[in-house]
Design a protein around this ligand. Structure first.
Ligand SMILES: CC(C)(COP(=O)(O)OP(=O)(O)OC[C@H]1O[C@@H](n2cnc3c(N)ncnc32)[C@H](O)[C@@H]1OP(=O)(O)O)[C@@H](O)C(=O)NCCC(=O)NCCS
Length: 221
């Protein structure tokens, strides 16, 4: 299903990437690569709707709810421990969306864009409260944002990079159409201070799935 995209006037001023953005987006795009990349800039704020989830620009009002989600062990295991001011910076990015279902905030999703024309692509990162895991909501949110990035932002390639042992994330992204590219050895430091491997996955525009049941997974007669 093609998500509805509502363009809305949005009052939050665009900010410059000058603070720490947590998650793999930061590791791969905002730090260390050089070049004109980042999570903020000239993007018009939008509301994106899928069958069950709505992605709307995150605001300062979301900080406490997102803090409680980030503090859940099922989430901090993959996103690390919050640093002072981190969430305030995260919601101030104009590429950060709160994920809602049934009017409740269940998580957040963010993208970052590589703006060098030779390497142009976008990367996605996401977390949901554990109570909403395994209901297809994570893959739906990624699909809705991926469609926006392809159709509205004109990207031909998207990336995402879960830890190699994050089975649920890898499966969720495969359902959207992402494919494994390769293992990035010792690319991410976990909350216990040790380095672990990340799996780089990417998706080309014509590989995005529509969310229909995969062939072979439909119930038999
Ligand atoms: C990753 C995340 C966004 C996925 O969202 P989700 O709504 O749970 O994902 P979905 O329900 O769409 O898909 C999860 C898939 O993994 C499968 N899965 C979940 N846990 C699993 C496990 N331990 N072993 C095997 N498969 C598992 C589910 O069965 C489902 O596959 P299926 O639909 O074929 O049955 C969510 O789990 C999350 O927020 N996790 C914590 C933070 C995190 O890991 N963020 C990603 C960092 S890259």
């Amino acid at each position: 299903m093609t998500p509805d995209i509502e363009k809305e006037p949005w009052t939050a001023a665009a900010t410059v990437v000058d603070h720490v953005v947590r998650g793999s987006l930061a590791r791969h795009l905002a730090r260390g690569r050089g070049g004109p990349l980042g999570t903020t800039g000239t993007v018009s704020p939008v509301i994106l709707r899928g069958p069950r989830v709505t992605l709307r620009p995150a605001t300062a009002d979301d900080v406490e709810r997102l803090r409680s989600i980030r503090d859940e062990p099922e989430v901090s295991r993959w996103w690390g421990t919050l640093e002072p001011g981190e969430l305030e910076g995260f919601v101030a990015e104009d590429t950060t969306f709160a994920i809602e279902t049934g009017g409740e905030v269940i998580g957040a999703i963010q993208y970052a864009e590589e703006r060098d024309p030779m390497y142009r692509h976008a990367a996605i990162d996401i977390y949901l409260t554990a109570r909403s895991h395994r209901r297809g909501l994570g893959s739906e949110a990624v699909r809705v944002l991926a469609r926006f990035l392809i159709e509205e932002r004109g990207h031909h390639r998207l990336t995402i990079d879960p830890a190699t042992d994050n089975v649920a994330a890898i499966r969720a992204y495969e359902k959207v159409g992402f494919r494994p590219v390769g293992v990035m050895r010792s690319s991410e430091r976990g909350p216990d201070g040790t380095w672990h491997d990340g799996l780089l996955m990417d998706l080309l525009a014509d590989e995005l799935t529509d969310g229909a049941p995969e062939s072979g997974s439909a119930p038999g007669p």
